[in-house]
Design a protein around this ligand. Structure first.
Ligand SMILES: Nc1ncnc2c1ncn2[C@@H]1O[C@H](COP(=O)(O)OP(=O)(O)O)[C@@H](O)[C@H]1O
Ligand SMILES: [Mg+2]
Length: 253
């Protein structure tokens, strides 16, 4: 079943087109890695899929629900507010810089949204939070504040926070780029474990060996377009486009 169906998405900022005819499908249980040089539109694409920014034209469906559509005349129309809210709950986003609430404890960072948005009771939200903290190997940090955490711990809390809303798909925007190599490994291990549990994920990353190892499919973006996509093994060993070959030369995969 498709979780994400994005078709011919266009997005401009100040007259500059940063997404040009981008299409992306993600099926249930699939892990898709998006790679590509800085400025190629990877973050913008995730933000469009997560409703943080609106697209100019194209269509996006999430779990077979229409978020936005463009008719033959080129008029781009978003679903009504209630539908958009429902759709947004299907998607979670983990940022590069964690974005935890600094004045909330770890526990409250995780329980706040499920209580406010899903109307879980405090007890239900806390049970779920403790379960997720255990999974993230952070049971002892429930009462800590974000400033008391290492970068790797903070990122694991932000992953737990996203999972607490039980999204159908989790987006990661360079989840390890603010971390040193040791902590990077720790986060990549968490994502790999989620992949084993068949969590549907889209991961923007510069960790090429991770992408090769964990992703079912790799999408290479450059200059606002998808240049090539395919099985990880194919993209890394035998890509069709010269541009990917050039890009991959900067990495040892
Ligand atoms: N809010 C914004 N306003 C103006 N330009 C933006 C905005 N967000 C991104 N851009 C531009 O869009 C292009 C793609 O950016 P981004 O999606 O962040 O690329 P990537 O994540 O691949 O590095 C860049 O040229 C960037 O400067
Ligand atoms: Mg980015």
């Amino acid at each position: 079943m498709p979780v994400i169906e994005a078709k011919s998405v266009y997005k401009s900022f100040d007259g500059i087109t940063v997404l040009k005819d981008v299409s992306l499908n993600v099926n249930e249980g699939e892990v898709v890695a998006i790679i590509g040089p800085s400025g190629s539109g990877k973050s913008t694409l995730l933000r469009c899929l997560n409703q943080l920014i609106n697209i100019d034209s194209g269509s996006i469906n999430v779990c077979s629900m229409s978020m936005v559509n463009t008719d033959e005349k080129g008029t781009c129309k978003y679903a009504d507010k209630a539908s958009l809210h429902k759709i947004q709950l299907k998607t979670g986003l983990v940022f590069q810089n964690f974005h935890l609430f600094p004045h909330f404890s770890v526990l409250k960072n995780i329980t706040d949204a499920p209580m406010q948005i899903l109307k879980m009771t405090k007890q239900e939200a806390q049970n779920k939070a403790y379960e997720l903290l255990e999974k993230m190997n952070l049971s002892d940090k429930a009462n800590a504040y974000p400033y008391q955490l290492s970068g790797g711990q903070a990122q694991r809390v932000s992953i737990a926070r996203a999972l607490a809303l039980s999204p159908a798909v989790l987006f990661f925007d360079e989840p390890t780029s603010a971390l040193d190599p040791e902590l990077t490994v720790e986060i990549l291990r968490v994502i790999k474990n989620l992949a084993k549990e068949k969590m549907t994920m889209v991961v923007v990353t510069h960790e090429m060996s991770f992408a090769r190892d964990v992703a079912d499919r790799v999408v290479f973006m450059d200059n606002g377009t998808v240049i090539e996509e395919g099985a990880a093994e194919k993209i890394f060993t035998n890509p069709s486009s010269e541009r990917i070959k050039q890009f991959l030369q900067h990495f040892s995969v």
